[in-house]
Design a protein around this ligand. Structure first.
Ligand code: NAX
Ligand code: K
Length: 516
């Protein structure tokens, strides 16, 4: 089985680099980085009639990588124009050497993009992990340069990380290079796969520079990709099965005017394979049946408390913030020993009532929180910008503060657990930015809990599957514009069956009876 892909912070990468260079016969990492980038450029972006390259080299070692890349590409016969924005005297030893090698082979240096030139491909080596754009903002000249590059609409290979992006948290406060490909070195950085990183990084290619990073620095965070997720799937169902084997999900919410949220969560749970799904609705005179989904069992909320065969509860979709909702949540937190998925207004109520938060912290059964950035900000007593600028920290703080499994939703959703482990989701697209998709995710998570997955695995699988279902809808152009939460449910069901059974689930159950 392939190991999950670890994520490393800037500090981690620097530590790994120090360990590598302290070895006898230390590797020349800049040389390896530039060579890897040159190969990727040649193989993926250049061709016989697309052979002119503009290389941007910045003031630090990212610029050094750029000089090495430029040198290899020129050696291989491509036309390379190089722009240098730094000062030679301030370069590190390796970067100075890379610049010297470039000049020695007859390479020229420009200080700005020549107005007369034309290129097929751009290499971005302005800034790498040494830039913290929030603390040290890019000046106007750099912003204009980056905008000029983006406006050229050419394929761009970013070295290590698109310039302007923060490697640790994925923020790009002013602007950043919009890369077609990012060749990232030594280890994958969280900033490439969350928040603005999802916009700027393009295809990410990890170049390990012949270092075995995991043996040098034990990771705490990983990428949630299909390889990892496929190790978490529920087992194929026994032919001789019954609904009791797949659990019963109780969904609590659906106050007046918000019943749809609970119905969506219910459908999500049903179609992700829960044996039974009950909806406990807070609305005064709730409907008793959903004609569009009659399999759902709709009850007044109090009746749900009397059921003794529920496997888990999803609390929050359409719950509202009335006193009745608050009392209902309090009762559940105090008395239920079931795994709980807490979403939407359940999170808002916990944020507003410290006594609810206290009970939540001391629960023994698993609790899973599914906030978006605004809900996370309320739970942490901060503002949305602070959460979004430090998404990993926010998710980790929530997991630790509330002793819960957490998914902080948004581009590059982050799952964090009380043991400090973190997973960044690689699936999903802007089609998910519509009402109801969060309700669906909570229901899907409930279904997987009901089928016996651990709370960690249920959350990881639900989050990845939810994004992958939205990605699959892009193939038929059912999005991103106008993608609906209901469509995501059907797409997720299709994918889950495909992953568990392959393309031909029905053949697993065919019986041949022959009489001769
Ligand atoms: N760490 C490693 O092990 C390796 C690093 N390599 C490369 O080196 C990069 C890191 O190099 P550095 O630490 O030199 O950092 P960078 O090259 O990313 O940037 C730092 C440089 O930018 C300047 N700077 C920072 N903020 C600025 C701002 N707002 N405006 C203008 N200038 C600003 C700094 O003064 C410094 O000169 C990596 O991203 C990678 O590309 C590779 O050579 C391979 C090995
Ligand atoms: K870069």
């Amino acid at each position: 089985m392939n190991n999950p892909i670890p994520l490393y912070s800037t500090a981690d990468i620097r530590e790994i680099e120090q360990l590598a260079v302290a070895r006898p016969n230390p590797p020349n990492l800049m040389e390896k980085a530039g060579l890897a980038a040159a190969h990727i450029t040649k193989d993926k972006l250049l061709s016989d009639d697309k052979n002119k390259i503009l290389v941007l080299a910045g003031p630090g070692n990212n610029g050094g990588d750029a000089f090495v890349t430029a040198r290899y590409l020129r050696t291989w016969g491509f036309q390379v124009t190089t722009i240098f924005t730094g000062e030679p005297s301030k370069l590190s030893h390796d970067a100075k050497q890379a610049l010297q090698n470039w000049l020695s082979m007859g390479g020229e240096l420009y200080h700005d993009i020549p107005s007369s030139g034309s290129w097929h491909v751009i290499i971005d080596g302005l800034f790498g992990i040494g830039l913290n754009p929030a603390k040290s903002p890019l000046d106007e000249n750099y912003q204009l340069l980056i905008e000029a590059v983006n406006n050229m609409n050419l394929p761009v290979l970013a070295l290590d990380i698109p310039s302007g992006l923060n490697a640790d948290n994925g923020t790009a406060p002013s602007t950043a290079i919009k890369a077609t490909i990012t060749a990232t070195f030594i280890g994958l950085k969280p900033g490439l796969v969350t928040h603005d990183g999802c916009e700027y990084a393009g295809e990410i290619i990890l170049c390990d520079l012949d270092l075995d990073a995991i043996s040098m620095k034990s990771p705490q965070s990983w990428l949630m990709d299909e390889t990892l997720i496929k190790t978490l799937l529920p087992a194929p169902r026994p032919a001789n099965s019954h609904k009791g084997a797949f659990g019963s999900v109780g969904i609590i919410g659906g106050a007046s005017g918000m019943i749809g949220a609970a119905l969506l969560a219910g459908s999500g749970a049903l179609k992700l394979g829960a044996g039974r799904v009950y909806l406990g609705l807070l609305a005064n005179q709730p409907s008793t049946v959903d004609p569009a989904q009659p399999e759902l069992m709709l009850r007044p909320v109090d009746e749900l408390f009397e059921l003794d065969h529920l496997t888990c509860l999803v609390v929050g979709p359409g719950l509202g913030k009335e006193i009745s909702a608050c009392l209902c949540l309090e009762k559940i937190l105090q008395t239920s020993s079931l795994p709980l998925v807490l979403d939407a207004d359940a999170l808002n109520l916990i944020a507003h009532h410290s006594e609810l938060a206290s009970v939540l912290r001391t629960r023994h059964a698993p609790s899973l929180l599914t906030p978006h950035a605004a809900e996370a900000a309320r739970l942490l007593g901060t503002d949305i910008a602070t959460v979004q600028n430090h998404r990993m920290k926010a998710a980790e703080d929530l997991a630790r503060n509330f002793n819960c499994s957490v998914v902080l939703k948004g581009a590059g959703s982050i799952c964090a657990f009380p043991n400090g482990h973190c997973y960044l989701n690689a699936s999903g697209n802007p089609g998910l930015s519509s009402a109801g998709t969060g309700d669906v995710l909570s229901g899907m998570t409930g279904a997987l809990l009901a089928q016996g997955l651990t709370s960690e695995n249920a959350l990881l699988l639900a989050v990845y599957l939810h994004g992958a279902a939205a990605d699959a809808l892009l193939e038929t152009l059912a999005g991103p514009i106008g993608m609906t939460a209901s469509e995501i449910i059907d797409s997720a069901r299709h994918l889950l069956n495909q992953w568990v059974y392959g393309h031909h689930a029905r053949f697993r159950y065919s019986h041949a009876h022959s009489i001769y």
